[in-house]
Design a protein around this ligand. Sequence first.
Ligand code: HEM
Length: 221
Amino acid sequence: MSSQTFAARLRAETRDAHQSAESQRYVSALTSGELDVAGYTALVVAHHVIYAALEGAAETMRDDPLAGPFVDDALTRLPALAADLRFLLGPRWREAMEPVPAAAAYAARITSACAASPERFIAHHYIRYLGDLSGGRHIGRCVARYYGVTGEAGASFYSFPRITDPKSYKDAYRARLDALPLDDAGRSVLRDEVLVAYEHNIAVFTDLGRLVAASGREGAA
Ligand code: HEM
């Protein structure tokens, strides 16, 4: 038996998958300013599809004894994404969206997995929001620097006005993970779903890399 907390173990057991997601070619192209605004916008469109599924599932989980404590309106990203897309694509942004196929597949997984289990919902919740409060802050700074989008216009997704201290928030979140009344089987379900979610994130970055390469915006492959 390990003496590590569940949150620490989850982090350790998904470290390689995280490493693989953060080192995707699209991510490095995005964060080093190699794309143009349209290349960035494709990610915002993908996020809209993904968060529509996640935050739809969150509504159904609000009163769940296991997952309910994770649902927090301070995290909600969909209104920010809608505002960003209105800025980036104009008032008819909904019709203008052309999501990459992997975003729809990721959303479908979220919807089916969360309908089946609160552990799986927590997995999808964890990977997105803890990621947004971690590497997401770095990505937000990069896109502001290179693509002229900010928390006020085009990149409000990356700012959490109601979370003034992300470190404390993440510490409390990890304590909530540690307090989950799950046995080993339940913890494995959660961990395995996090790994599935990392695969979906990697697939989205692969599609986005192909898209920007095909449009000649960047040499991503
Ligand atoms: C430029 C890309 C990225 C960078 C630089 C980055 C960086 C980081 C860093 C430094 C942490 C540790 C933060 C802390 O301990 O407080 C972290 C945590 C995390 N990141 Fe990323 N990340 C990136 C992309 C991603 C992606 C694409 C995902 C998944 C969608 C993701 C999901 C997570 C999660 C779930 C955690 C929390 C791990 C834990 O403590 O349990 N990250 N990231």
